[in-house]
Design a protein around this ligand. Sequence first.
Ligand code: GSH
Length: 210
Amino acid sequence: MIKLYGNPYSRANRVRWALETVGLEYEEETIALGPDGTGSERFRAINPNGLIPVLDDDGLVLFESVPICLHIAKKYAPDTLYVNSFKDEALLLQWSVWAMTELEKHNETASLHVTWFSEDKRDPRIAAAEQAEVKRCLTMLEKAIKDDGYLVARRFTIGDLIICEVLTNVAFSKVDLSAFPAVQAYLKKNLSLPSASKAFAPDIVSPYLS
Ligand SMILES: N[C@@H](CCC(=O)N[C@@H](CS)C(=O)NCC(=O)O)C(=O)O
């Protein structure tokens, strides 16, 4: 039995997309953010960290979205969504950790100061500095995917899935993607996959499909 604890407007989207990509049967329990959901005693017994997503893979209960995605790919699609050399695995891990610790971190802080905080809590200097960091990350990504449109192994892997899902949040930091044509094409191609249509609420992917 595979069970995802998540909701359609959260980092559970990357896990749902990985599950849809490998074609696994799973159930999802919607967990709201806040005291009645992620903060509840019941949910904290499942994830003491109090955050979604959580995956229960036949009794193996995992938190942290990126390791969950890597686990799904390696276990259920080792020759397609995962990679099969030490070199490609090292690159895949490098980009996956970068997606969380650089790209996502800067995009999230920018989004707080551009979209999510109330006006009185927003700091335009932090917003501008963090948007500049997101652009620095996008410049790196643009170069990395320019040759063949993929991060590693010259095909779509879990690394591309993680990065494209992280980038669905760029709408909230209001970073303009037009200076990054390879990234724009990369998002459009990968978010148009049938697995993405099944995994995402339409309003999340629509800004990147035209
Ligand atoms: N590093 C964690 C972050 C998870 C996280 O921040 N989840 C948010 C939703 S995207 C959450 O559960 N927030 C709980 C709350 O705000 O109550 C991961 O990637 O899984």
